[in-house]
Write a protein that binds this ligand. Structure first.
Ligand code: G1P
Length: 305
């Protein structure tokens, strides 16, 4: 089973990050020295994906610019003999193919995925939701690809969440538990109330899907009220006799769709970084013990007089 293509929906307005996102796409928020979307592309490349179809929209050009050649910057770095920095900026665009499809109306995740159908054809393909950054020994997408090949079926990444959080996620209904981490899915519910949730296994932003998702999305689209949900189309695909599995991926997941989630990701990734980790750990320790270190308006006014 060849899986070389993936779709990355990146058309959202990022209103939770305003005013930052007035001009800059939220996918370009930095996590250490890289924009968040670069972690997604790197996970894809480490999972042997080669074709990246990004669903973008108005105001998202910084994303395509970031993954393009920058001849001017490269030649300045070359003149200054900063060859290591050139490797940092051009390793991705030399090894991955990008295409961009614009979603001109906010019609939902399902609609965004449907826009990629011409680029996918009749293959299994990956989907990354770029608000979910997953770090671990084995890339989450490559864990899913392994299961998709083993089961010759679609597979979705899940994690257990507390029952009072189910209404923020797509939740799977388990048909059969195969191993401690692998489940066959009977259907899925998008953002159910606690009492309607069929489990606490929540979809996190990685999928490997059969191209059969496209007819399922097309069949559902006339009935969609407002947004066309990917979750509903996956249930519809199961109803049309496609097998779908859910796999508890190993790794740490950060939801960077909110400012607090982004802060946690920034701190979590920095603490694990061999260069920044020790500095940050020391800084956090100092913050706990030296309270004059913390910016305090009243104290600072006294000092500055
Ligand atoms: C989307 C999906 C949802 C999934 C979630 C994971 O929702 O629709 O099924 O559980 O991502 O992050 P969103 O958070 O974009 O509303």
């Amino acid at each position: 089973m060849d899986i070389t293509k993936c779709v990355i929906p990146a058309a959202g307005l990022g209103t939770r990050f305003l005013p930052f996102t007035k001009i800059i796409p939220k996918e370009m928020l930095p996590l250490l020295n890289k924009p968040a979307i670069q972690y997604i592309i790197e996970e894809g490349m480490q999972s042997a994906l080669e074709n990246f179809i990004l669903i973008t929209g108005k105001g998202k050009n910084a994303i395509s610019d970031h993954f393009d050649n920058s001849f001017e910057l490269e030649s300045i770095l070359r003149e200054r003999n900063k060859i290591d920095l050139i490797a940092k900026i051009d390793s991705i665009n030399k090894n991955a193919a990008f295409s961009y499809v614009r979603q001109s109306e906010p019609l939902g995740l399902g609609h965004a995925i449907l826009l990629a159908r011409h680029g996918i054809g009749k293959e299994y393909f990956g989907i990354f939701l770029p608000d979910d950054i997953i770090m671990g020994k084995t890339p989450a997408m490559s864990q899913l690809i392994r299961i998709a090949r083993q089961e010759k079926s679609s597979v979705i990444a899940v994690q257990e969440v507390p029952m009072d959080c189910v209404s923020s996620y797509g939740i799977i209904n388990v048909k059969k538990q195969i191993t401690p981490n692998l489940f066959q899915v009977s259907n899925m519910v998008e953002k159910p109330s606690q009492k309607d949730a069929p489990s606490n296994l929540a979809v996190i932003g990685r999928y490997v899907l059969s191209h059969k998702i496209f007819p399922a999305l097309t069949e559902l689209s006339p009935y969609a009220v407002g947004e066309l949900q990917l979750t509903d189309a996956i249930s519809h695909m199961i109803y049309n006799n496609e097998k779908v599995f859910a796999y508890k991926v190993q790794g740490t997941r950060y939801d960077i769709g909110t400012p607090i989630g982004w802060l946690k990701a920034t701190i979590g990734l920095s603490l694990q970084d061999p260069h920044y980790g020790p500095h940050l750990r020391k800084y956090l320790k100092d913050l706990e013990t030296i309270d004059s270190f913390i910016y305090d308006t009243t104290k600072n006014i006294e000092h500055s007089i």
